[in-house]
Design a protein around this ligand. Structure first.
Ligand code: T3D
Length: 261
């Protein structure tokens, strides 16, 4: 795949999408939005991809919407349409792809960049990373799913505080708030993420994808509904080859060789 604003690598079942506009701290222009959508689409469709990693080149994960491009934007394009055709598609794909998505947060994640990091299933942050709900600084409301993800991750009070103050939350604070899964020394970030992604790509991909689907669905369900849904999709997981391999490997006292099928 030929991209200009992102890098797309595939190895050992793991697709890595790297935002690649380091001079502007990987701010999203329209091309980068379109290329990210396209990369996610192809990683989602490609059966050999069993885990997706998203990260940024240089010292930032992403500084969100490219504000220089906003300034030049055709006034006929509404903010709503820009979100519907852009960031909303990125976020929905990240959530709807039934494969684990890891954000390797290498530096600052601001505005939509923060929203994208929050939409991942797992966030591993460098000790240099930080999180800024930068929207209010430019007179906007949190988008890219932040109104949904942030209160669920850190609770309403902290989410609202982050949104209205637009203050930088350090990696350490993010860890103590439950915003990230782990914080590691910067030099070790990609090694730690590689260990996570290798392990997830060798996992029972269908069951992992269904877990993701069920947890997202359960957010809008009562307990009885969630129990029903679990029963319904356990029928799918229970008919995978990986389920049979998992049980067999347990009985044979060896590690499982999951194929993601
Ligand atoms: O319809 C829609 O699209 C609405 C959607 C909106 C979604 C959003 O994301 S709104 C929020 C947009 N993002 C921001 O407001 C963040 C703006 N950036 C910053 O606040 C700071 O840059 C950071 C806190 C992220 C980092 O600060 P610092 O001091 O480490 O770096 P810096 O010096 O500010 O930035 C370095 C360069 O990156 C600089 O370029 P220069 O002067 O060296 O040529 C700066 O202009 C550029 N840059 C940083 N962020 C953006 C950017 N260029 C364009 N757009 C940016 N968002």
């Amino acid at each position: 795949m030929a991209f200009e604003t992102i890098l797309y690598d595939f190895a050992n079942g793991v697709a890595t999408i790297t935002f690649n506009r380091p001079k502007s701290l990987n701010a999203f222009n329209d091309q980068m939005i379109a290329e990210t959508i396209s990369a996610l689409k192809s990683a989602g469709r490609d059966g050999s991809v069993r885990c997706i990693v998203m990260t940024g080149r240089g010292r930032a994960f992403s500084a969100g919407q490219d504000l220089k491009e906003v300034q030049d934007r055709d006034r006929e394009i509404s903010f709503g349409d820009h979100l519907r055709e852009g960031y909303n598609k990125i976020i929905l794909q990240m959530v709807q792809i039934e494969k684990p998505v890891i954000a390797a947060v290498n530096g600052v994640a601001a505005g939509a960049g923060c929203g994208i990091a929050l939409a991942a299933d797992i966030r591993i942050a460098s000790h240099k990373a930080s999180f800024i709900q930068a929207f209010s600084k430019v007179g906007l409301i949190p988008d890219s799913g932040s109104t949904w993800t942030l209160p669920r991750l850190v609770g309403y009070a902290r989410a609202f505080e982050m949104a209205i103050t637009a203050e930088r939350i350090s990696a350490e604070k993010a860890l103590s708030w439950g915003l990230v899964n782990d914080v590691v020394p910067d030099k070790q970030l990609m090694d730690v993420v590689a260990a996570w992604s290798r392990s997830l790509a060798a996992g029972p991909t269908v069951a992992i994808g269904l877990t993701k689907r069920a947890m997202h669905k359960a957010a809008g369900m009562s307990l009885p509904e969630a129990l029903q849904y679990e029963a319904q999709i356990q029928d799918i997981a229970g008919h995978t080859q990986d389920f049979h391999e998992g049980v067999l490997s347990f009985l044979e006292k060896r590690g499982p060789d999951f194929k993601g099928e």
